[in-house]
Design a protein. Sequence first.
Length: 94
Amino acid sequence: MASLSVEQRRALAAGAVIGRPFGLRLLRQVSGLAEAQALDAIEQALRRGFLDERTDAQAAVQTSTLDDRSLAFHHSYFQRVIYEDQSAIQRRAL
C-alpha cells in the first residue's frame, strides 16, 4: 500500500468501505475523487491485481446503474486489509 498514490489509496479505501461490487459513479461519490483521478486509480488497481472488472447482469443489479460493468476486489482479503487499515473516523468520513 505504501507504493500507491494518495488517490489510489483513497479509491481503494472507498471501495473497501462500499464492500460490494461498485461502479465508477458510486466510487467517485464515496471517494470524492474527480473522474480523471478515479479512472487513473482504478486502472492502476486493476493492473496491480487489487480489483477485477465484472461485466455481467448481476453486477449491473448490484451497482444500480445502467452500465453493466462493475468493480470488485480480486480477493476479499484485499478488501478486509484495506478496510481495517482505516480508522473508524476515516471510514465514516467516506
